[in-house]
Ligand binder design. Structure first.
Ligand code: AMP
Ligand code: GLY
Length: 417
């Protein structure tokens, strides 16, 4: 099979790592890929810009399957552009991608499908915000409706802060058109987990549960980064519970999408809050998670490629996925200053000291003059498989300490239950 993988992060390196071992793979192209994927397939230079250009390229190269890593190309309609040329994509079309591209749309669908989620209200002006604040207790959760690079969710301790934030989004257009509408949401407490499923029409195949650590600092403090590291499996979602969540969340949502004429073919990611009253969906993403994927892929015994290919054709294979019992933990090494401004171009050293069983997934790296340098906020994902979470933690942190670059930063409490 000739596969095109879109994206350049740790998630894409993890997928490329797995695909490159598949018996069904004939050729792997990564657009644009990174130094990690360059060892596994052929990187295509140039930033992703226009779905039509990419789809033309895919047709010329006779690509059998395009896997889309990040959400932006899906929201822009890449899967539709490929479908118009008769090409298969794993990832929904533009309409399906609105599940991630518009939080109000996601809420509407969840409500319609009866998927458990936080109570909410959609507002478009400050008067409506004021009414909401008067009727609901703090803390307040404000979500910009559109894509805001992972920065669009704000938790406000009191009304004054909520007013200020709402003003900066609705009036000062801090997130541009992504902030035209706001979703105001009930504040939920609990531990978070990510449950992903490979979906095709009304059918789905659950992947293993994982947990991402989104905040920058130990103890879940500091700004939201989207992912300082992840691990799988997750003790508070045992196998029976995973199946139950599948029936409670994915089954009705996919049915609802079908009723609206959306044939969803791709990965659907449910971000969950495990509250004392049960799991609630915080958000849906229309793609693999990053860094959840880095913690899932090494646990796979089965070849995922035939499953991905079948889902892109609208089928879920009957054969279940086989997973290793071991725990996988991925620690992201990030550039000092991330998720704010940070330096690029710092020399990376120590990779040769890492134990060969450790997988280093590249995210923000580049080669310059034959030397590996930092080229992004999330730089490398140090990933280990071990018999349990504690062993995985110990090993991953030992390996992480061997790699050096200026202002290297990482959390030290990942996987602490
Ligand atoms: P999201 O971008 O939707 O993943 O949200 C980012 C983070 O904000 C989540 O991972 C949660 O930690 C937090 N969050 C989102 N919605 C809520 C909520 N309703 N209650 C409490 N925390 C939330
Ligand atoms: N790890 C969060 C995300 O992929 O959106």
């Amino acid at each position: 099979m000739r596969v095109l993988l879109i994206g350049s992060g740790g998630r894409e390196h993890a997928l490329a790592w797995h695909l490159s071992r598949s018996r069904e793979l004939e050729q792997l192209y990564c657009w644009p890929g990174n130094p990690g994927t360059a060892l596994l397939g052929e990187n295509i230079e140039g930033e992703y810009q226009d779905p039509e250009i990419l789809a033309d390229w895919a047709r010329k190269q006779e690509i059998d399957l395009t896997l889309v890593g990040p959400e932006a190309p899906l929201v822009q309609g890449l899967a539709d552009s490929l479908a118009r040329r008769g090409l298969l994509a794993l990832g929904p079309g533009r309409e399906g991608a609105r599940l991630e591209g518009s939080k109000s749309r996601a809420k509407e669908l969840m409500q319609k499908a009866g998927v458990p989620t936080a109570a909410h209200q959609v507002v478009e002006n400050l008067e409506e915000v004021e009414d909401y604040l008067a009727e609901n207790p703090a803390p307040y959760v404000l979500k910009a409706d559109g894509l805001a690079g992972g920065k669009g969710v704000l938790i406000c301790e009191d009304r004054e802060q909520a007013r200020r934030e709402a003003h900066s989004i609705l009036e000062e257009e801090r997130f541009g058109s992504a902030g035209k509408k706001l979703v105001l949401e009930e504040f939920l407490e609990g531990r978070e987990a990510s449950l992903l499923a490979l979906c095709a029409g009304g059918d789905f195949l659950l992947l293993e549960p994982s947990r991402d650590h989104k905040r920058l600092l130990n103890g879940d403090q500091g700004p939201n980064t989207g992912g300082m590291g992840a691990y799988s499996p997750v003790a508070d979602i045992p196998p029976g519970e995973k199946e139950r969540l599948g029936q409670e969340i994915f089954r009705p949502l996919l049915q609802c999408l079908q009723q609206e004429g959306i044939d969803y073919r791709g990965v659907l990611y449910a971000g969950l809050m495990l509250t004392p009253a049960g799991a609630r969906v915080l958000e849906f993403n229309v793609r693999f998670g990053d860094p959840e994927t880095q913690a899932l892929i090494p646990r796979l015994r089965s070849d995922l490629l035939p499953h991905l290919h079948a889902a892109a054709r609208g089928k879920i294979l009957a054969e279940p996925l086989q997973w290793k019992e071991e725990t996988c933990l991925c620690v992201n090494l990030v550039a000092g200053g991330y998720p704010g401004s940070y330096e690029k171009g710092q020399a990376i050293s120590g990779l040769e000291k890492v134990n060969p069983s450790t997988i280093i997934f590249h995210a923000g790296t580049a080669y310059k003059g034959g030397r590996l340098i930092t080229a992004g906020g999330r730089v490398l994902g140090v990933t280990v498989l071990a018999e349990d979470l504690e062993a995985a933690r110990r090993q991953a942190y030992f390996e992480a300490s061997k790699i050096e670059f200026r202002d290297k930063f990482y959390r030290h409490d990942l996987g602490r239950e």
